[in-house]
Design a binder for this molecule. Structure first.
Ligand SMILES: *Cc1c(COP(=O)(O)O)cnc(C)c1O
Length: 364
């Protein structure tokens, strides 16, 4: 089936109108294109609830990981040290980035179904004065858990450290008071909750922290300060910009506004999620993380007891009927995942859970 909807953590199903924006090959050097980039940057600051005086937004070519790698390799100096709090594959990816770039780091690891604990982070910071930066994921897409960045922000800020958040799969879908929390760098990408297509990531940076990073970058193309410096002048991208993606993203931002902003989008995702959990519970399919820490973006499910099918069989069955689901990624349990972000509505959740119900009847 060519026309299935994606129940994945991104790229995700976008509207026809967002896709149509990409039918135009825009010139990059003229003023109206550069203005589009500037509008996007301003709108991202609005979504983060921060002012242009204190914060600035940088767009960076590549997928979400490029954005995270850009921050980690651009703002942590040779004499500085990073604490990574990880409870999933994306937290661990930060470790991999640090290893590759020879960034001095220490790892605080939690089980995939537990949120990193602010008190433990405070203890680690108090015990190691060399740590200058703390990085963690907000919505750990590996499991679907929603980490408590507020409590962590508090202990990090109280201790005067720089706070870096990977909010890839939550920004635009879960409201984040970036300024109030004092987050210094927050990263997301075009193809997650803002519902654009893949091609660039964006970083909302505290201006003073960004200024301090000048000259620290360990990579040329991912140099956050350099990218900002060029973009800040008049909206020009440093190297070739993903024009079609940028046009689609501007449209996606308009559509987010039309829907009623992050608040309304969060309501829709939460509603999707509720139907998904309730309907699958009736089939004996339970979530991997506890309800108290489960986020509204994506859910990891255990297979029903005594099942007689492979993920591939279930995937094919559901795909033929119009939806693409996702394999599990947690390491300690046999699971699968269903996302409910993107151009997805409660009726889709009703449909996909009915398809799963039929599938279980046929395989038992
Ligand atoms: C999607 C995602 C990323 C980035 O993944 P890419 O494949 O590089 O786009 C990073 N962190 C989290 C939490 C994500 O959900």
């Amino acid at each position: 089936m060519k026309n299935y909807k994606l129940l994945t953590p991104g790229p995700l199903t976008t509207t026809e109108t967002v896709k149509k924006e990409m039918l135009f090959d825009h010139c990059t050097w003229d003023d109206d294109y550069k203005q589009i980039t500037q509008e996007i940057r301003r709108e991202l600051l609005n979504l983060a609830h921060v002012s242009e005086e204190e914060y600035t937004a940088v767009l960076m070519q590549g997928s979400g990981t490029f954005g995270v790698e850009s921050v980690l390799t651009s703002v942590i100096g040779k004499e500085e040290k990073l604490l990574i709090a990880a409870n999933g594959a994306y937290g661990k990816r930060m470790v991999s980035i640090a290893e590759h770039a020879c960034i001095d780091y220490t790892l605080y690891e939690e089980d995939f179904d537990k949120v990193p604990c602010a008190r433990k982070i405070a203890e680690i910071l108090d015990g190691d004065g060399r740590i200058t930066h703390v990085a963690m994921v907000h919505s750990e897409t590996t499991s679907g858990i929603l980490n408590d960045i507020s409590s962590v922000a508090k202990v990090v800020k109280e201790r005067g450290r720089t706070f870096i958040v990977d909010a890839m799969s939550s920004f635009g879908g879960v409201d984040i008071q970036v300024g109030e929390l004092g987050i210094d760098f927050i990263v997301s990408s075009a193809n997650k909750c803002i519902q654009g297509v893949p091609g660039f990531s964006f970083i909302i940076c505290r201006r003073d922290k960004l200024m301090e990073s000048k000259g620290k970058a360990r990579s040329l193309s991912l140099d956050l300060y350099d990218q900002w410096e060029t973009m800040e002048k008049d909206g020009k991208w440093r190297f070739t910009s993903p024009t079609h993606v940028v046009l689609a993203f501007r449209k996606a931002l308009d559509e987010l506004k039309e829907e009623g902003g992050t608040e309304k989008r969060n309501e829709r995702y939460t509603q999707n999620h509720k139907i998904l959990i309730e309907n699958l519970a009736k089939l004996g399919i339970k979530p991997y993380v506890g309800a108290d820490v489960q986020g509204p973006i994506i859910t990891t499910f255990y297979y029903p007891e005594n099942h007689h099918f492979s993920f591939q069989e279930m995937y094919e069955y559901i795909k033929e009927r119009g939806y693409a689901i996702y394999p599990g990624k947690v390491t300690d349990a046999d699971t699968f995942r269903i996302g409910n972000i993107g151009e997805i509505y409660p009726e889709d959740m009703v449909k996909v859970t009915a398809i799963i119900s039929e599938f279980l009847k046929e395989t038992n």
